[in-house]
Ligand binder design. Structure first.
Ligand code: 13P
Length: 289
């Protein structure tokens, strides 16, 4: 596709056609390469995403350079997204560096303040042709430095979603519907009734957070109800780390990073492909030719 693209069109197309694009949180070059290879092999559109912690760890310029190199080599459409950012200045910096999609997470504030902060980001992103995602309600669990205890998690209100979209002009919405970041204790309790109402009232692509460990049938139902993007982070980190641990268990003296990165990359690729099959984006790169 030559270059990174905005995820707005990607996600609108996914919603119109009833599938979900998988968005993977990557933390190293090998993780990034693994999900890109996974997408290329299955001809799936792809969203690479990084948390604020990873932006600080690697540097946005390095991340953009690696993602841009992947896009240049690849035949599938790829967007680069900044996940859960609470800091306007960092959002602007990432847009300047070349991110093609950003999330302003002001969900911890009252509705009016969430609207105000999202409006500001929509203004700057729109001028740069960059997609924006915002959250309503509060997704529980731990994502980087953002920690939401179970009792503080809050479902999105469908009528508030309508008002929020009208007031902010945000192109993609992440309504909290009962999923959580991290690994679930038991099955997630997804509020399908609420999601269905949001699906009927809001025609935008919706975003499913907490994609690790959601049972297959629940993912499919979410996608059929407008969830056009599914975020996966924790399961990918576990696959990557477990593969490395296995190498060191067998050979504690291993000191060639390539010897443990190769199996780690393969584990991430396999998991990424399983998630792509779940959300139905396999073969959909053709929608963007
Ligand atoms: P998991 O860590 O549960 O996969 O959630 C990912 C996510 O929603 C990132 O925003």
């Amino acid at each position: 596709m030559a270059h990174l693209i905005s995820s707005t069109h990607l996600l609108q197309t996914a919603r119109q056609n009833g599938y979900g694009v998988t968005a993977f949180n990557v933390h190293t070059l090998e993780m990034l390469q693994a999900v890109v290879e996974a997408a290329e092999e299955l001809q799936a559109p792809l969203i690479l995403q990084t948390t604020v912690g990873t932006v600080k760890h690697l540097g946005p310029d390095y991340i953009v350079a690696a993602a841009a190199a992947a896009a240049k080599r690849s035949s599938v459409p790829i967007a680069l997204h900044l996940d859960h950012c609470t800091d306007y200045e960092l959002i602007v910096q990432c847009i300047r560096e070349g991110y093609t999609s950003v999330m302003i997470d002001a969900s911890m504030h009252p509705f009016e303040e969430n609207v105000r902060q999202t409006q500001e980001v929509v203004k700057v992103a729109r001028a740069a042709g960059v997609n924006v995602e915002a959250e309503l309600g509060k997704v529980g669990g731990v994502e980087d430095d953002i920690v939401v205890a179970d009792e503080d998690a809050l479902l999105a209100d469908p009528d508030e979603c309508v008002r929020f979209v009208e007031l902010t002009g945000v192109p993609t919405l992440a309504p909290a519907i009962g999923t959580a970041h991290g690994i679930y204790k038991g099955e997630p309790k997804i509020a399908f009734g609420k999601l269905e109402e949001i699906y009927r009232k809001v025609s935008l692509p919706l975003v499913l957070h907490g994609g690790s460990g959601i049972p297959e049938e629940q993912v499919k139902r979410c996608v059929s109800l407008g969830m056009a993007k599914m975020n996966v982070a924790t399961e990918l980190r576990i696959a990557f780390s477990d593969a490395i641990k296995k190498v060191f268990q067998a050979n504690p003296d291993e000191n060639d990073p390539r010897k443990y990165m190769v199996p780690a990359k393969a584990a991430v690729k396999e998991l990424a492909q399983a998630k792509m099959r779940l959300t139905g984006c396999v073969g959909r790169a053709k929608d963007f030719i």
